[in-house]
Design a protein around this ligand. Structure first.
Ligand SMILES: Cc1cc2nc3c(=O)[nH]c(=O)nc-3n(C[C@H](O)[C@H](O)[C@H](O)COP(=O)(O)OP(=O)(O)OC[C@H]3O[C@@H](n4cnc5c(N)ncnc54)[C@H](O)[C@@H]3O)c2cc1C
Length: 404
């Protein structure tokens, strides 16, 4: 997606959309944290595994450990069990006290979700749900065979055929960033009408913060009414909006990621799996830009969609910004032979009319990166550009918990 001009969006297939009011509702993606073995086949996102199962992946009789953080884990485990999987354990990194506090607020803030949670738990009878635990390593050969778990005091190993792992969701912000919308710590900054800092651009659902399906629906309605200037309906939805926002705040508070998770990656653990960049190459970089320049981190097919959020959590870097295709440079410069631009003494041979400069490769023809990152990783590693050698910067590490 590009923004080649004001009030104009261009899709990856080259179709232009002119807009007067624009509502962004592009959802969120799963948040992955690197730990030894996280790139093994059959270590998959919790939501991704549910999707794969729903679209035909057989899991009957397969042992699955569900690990990470957030209420999604229960939903995923219940769904997998319904499809015949043997859910070995659900492992939640948040501690029991936080979860109890969160559970107590649910009947008031989101009664439907309270009952939904109880139903999921009932479907998972006899499946251990362990709080204050997290995965430290996935082990196996061609695919994951076991996962090492810890509660901070002891470690144990669960054998499994799949590790469904996700540490919550992160909002999809690229489109909003491309349009120049301001962000806040939870996502895109919006006012009570869901309007962003860019007039005429509205945003609804997970990009404004993680808060579940009902909140997304209310925000979507609000954004629609606001875009249509139906202010009465906008006013009518304010109470529901506030209630769902309180739920989102409680969710963020209860499932905040513990500091120990920053120490999961070993020096050789890949952080950017597209470009095979290990933790040890990134730990000395000060910013996303520096990491890109020196290691190619985030420059592969996913363009930082996976490792961007992880590096923000691990190293405290600012989010990678989407590069706007601004109105000053409506289209990127394209290579062209000099000859057609200069007067030619033999027009019959080099007439620019008959020998035009080679057409610019349209966005439609631009190869789309293959979504299957596993297959991408099997290809030979790309030659890195030669960069001058740089000694690692000696500076005090403000984060004592990070592994050296
Ligand atoms: C397995 C699973 C179980 C869940 N269970 C529950 C539950 O029980 N209760 C609950 O409240 N919530 C649940 N959720 C969360 C719920 O799905 C989300 O909160 C809700 O869907 C958010 O709505 P949204 O409109 O913000 O985003 P989405 O529903 O994700 O919609 C975003 C859409 O935008 C599209 N999109 C993204 N980027 C672009 C782009 N650049 N251009 C064009 N289109 C784009 C996406 O393909 C998608 O169709 C679950 C989520 C998962 C993954």
């Amino acid at each position: 997606m590009a923004a080649p001009g004001p009030h104009l969006l261009r899709t990856d297939r080259g179709t232009d959309f002119a807009w007067r009011r624009l509502i962004l509702a592009v959802g969120a993606r799963e948040f992955f944290l690197p730990f030894p073995g996280w790139t093994l086949p059959h270590v998959v996102g919790a939501g991704a595994l549910t999707l794969m199962v729903k679209t035909g992946l057989p899991v009957r009789g397969k042992r699955v450990v569900v690990a990470g953080s957030g209420p999604l884990l229960l939903a995923v485990a219940a769904e997998l069990r319904q499809h015949g999987a043997r859910v070995v354990r659900v492992v939640e990194q948040a501690d029991l006290a936080s979860l109890l506090r969160f559970g107590l607020t649910l009947p008031r803030l989101a009664p439907a979700k309270f009952w939904q949670g109880l139903i999921y738990r009932a479907r998972l009878l006899r499946v251990p749900y362990q709080t204050g635990c997290w995965p430290v390593a996935a082990q196996g050969g061609d695919a994951v065979e076991a996962v090492v778990l810890t509660d901070g005091r002891r470690r144990w190993t669960d054998r499994c055929d799949y590790l469904a792992c996700g540490f919550g969701l992160v909002p999809n912000l690229e489109l909003a960033q491309l349009l120049g919308c301001h962000l806040n710590p939870t996502g895109v900054r919006v006012d009570h009408r869901q309007e962003t800092s860019v007039p005429g651009v509205f945003c609804a659902g997970e990009p404004t913060g993680i808060g579940g399906a009902e909140r997304a629906l209310v925000e979507g309605q609000l954004a629609g009414f606001a875009a249509a200037e139906r202010e009465e309906e906008v006013a009518r939805l304010q109470a529901a909006r506030l209630r769902h926002q309180r739920f989102a705040d409680a969710l963020a508070h209860a499932f905040v990621l513990r500091a120990e998770l920053k120490n999961l990656a070993a020096p050789d653990t890949l952080v950017c799996r597209c470009e095979d960049v290990p933790h040890r190459e990134l730990v000395h970089c000060r910013s996303w830009t520096e990491a890109k320049l020196h290691t190619r981190c985030g420059m592969g097919p996913c363009q930082g969609r996976l490792c961007g959020a992880a590096t923000r959590f691990l190293y405290g870097w600012e989010l990678p910004s989407a590069r706007p295709r601004s109105t000053r440079f409506p289209s990127p410069p394209s290579p062209c032979h000099l000859r057609p631009l200069t007067p030619d003494p033999t027009p019959h041979r080099h007439d620019p009319e008959t020998r035009p400069c080679p057409p610019r490769r349209s966005r439609r023809e631009t190869p789309v990166p293959h979504p299957d990152l596993h297959r991408r990783r099997l290809r030979p590693r790309r030659q890195r550009p030669h960069l001058p050698h740089r000694e690692p910067r000696q500076r005090p590490d403000p984060r004592p918990h990070r592994r050296r």
